[in-house]
Design a protein around this ligand. Structure first.
Ligand code: PAF
Length: 282
């Protein structure tokens, strides 16, 4: 596995790979890797000749500067995991390398960006679109892999890819969970032992709500999820929305969409956790 820190070396490596007609798989990450990332890398390594992984904590997508400075940076550990998972090239640029000039681009990503995370984290998805579009330009992957835990992010990437006409397949991969159901996230390490013990209630409640779908309205299911979780000490739901899985727009009735997905953000103490569940998919 090669580790490169600048565009020039990345370009040289990939030029050779392209000349050798190799198919390039790409997994963008911000490091602090866990089994969820590893599953993306394993899939990318299996489905492509080259498996490129970027490790870059992107400042433009953080709307909270404390969150940016406290974000874990564990490159050495990450590289060990990446090598074991079949990654062939790690791109770990500095901030200056990624942004030699300030990126002033403002994306108009339309309705998919205006709800849920987009409505609550101003600038976040614009920053994601900035960095992922730069990375796509540099890596020119055939296939790019994203985790479905960040469900809305996948829709954002698809929209940006369409608008900028990148010739890349966006492949979304199922959430990886701990054995007790908690969705894997770099943020889980910030939970206290007690909070970690309680956190699986999020996935358990979403699962329980699947059964209610047969007899309850969309609003009743939303109310059930919010009230169940808000009754757990230290938990506070920021939002629970049931949306169309493509447009991200909230639905009012189950018949409004053939792909109904519930997306949740919950504070567990000070830690903001997200998860989602699919109710229907044709
Ligand atoms: O999901 C993430 O880790 C980040 O948003 C991404 C896609 C690597 C862009 O910085």
């Amino acid at each position: 596995m090669r580790i490169v820190e600048n565009r020039k070396e990345l370009h040289a490596y990939l030029a050779q790979a392209r000349a050798d007609k190799k198919q390039i798989g790409f997994v963008p990450t911000m490091g602090a890797l866990h089994k969820g990332h590893v599953s993306l890398v394993t899939r990318s390594a299996t489905e492509n000749d080259e498996c490129v992984v970027s490790v870059f904590v992107n400042p433009t997508q953080f709307n909270d500067k404390n969150d940016l400075s406290s974000y874990p940076r564990t490159l050495e550990q990450d590289c060990a995991l990446l090598e074991a998972a079949g990654c062939t090239l790690v791109f770990a640029p500095s901030e200056e390398e990624m942004y030699p000039e300030v990126d002033t681009r403002v994306f108009d990503l339309g309705p998919v960006a205006q709800v849920m995370e987009g409505a609550r984290r101003p600038g976040h998805f614009n920053g994601v679109a900035q960095v992922v579009s730069k990375l796509f330009e540099l890596v020119t992957p055939t296939n790019a892999y994203f985790g479905e835990k960040d469900f809305q992010q996948v829709a954002i990437i698809r929209e940006m890819t369409k608008q900028l006409k990148f010739d890349v397949n966006i492949i979304s991969c199922a959430i990886v969970r701990e054995t007790d159901g908690l969705a894997l996230s770099s943020r889980n390490t910030r939970l206290t032992a007690e909070q970690r013990h309680k956190a699986p209630v999020i996935a358990a409640t979403l699962n329980e709500s699947l059964q209610l779908k047969e007899t309850k309205s969309v609003q009743e299911v939303i109310d059930f999820v919010i009230s169940t979780l808000n009754n757990v000490d230290e938990m506070e739901v920021e939002y629970y929305e049931i949306v169309d899985g493509i447009s991200m727009q909230p639905i009012k009735a189950w018949s409004d969409s053939t792909y109904c997905v519930g997306c949740i953000t919950v504070y567990c103490g000070k830690v903001r956790l997200i998860d989602n569940i699919t109710y229907t998919r044709d």
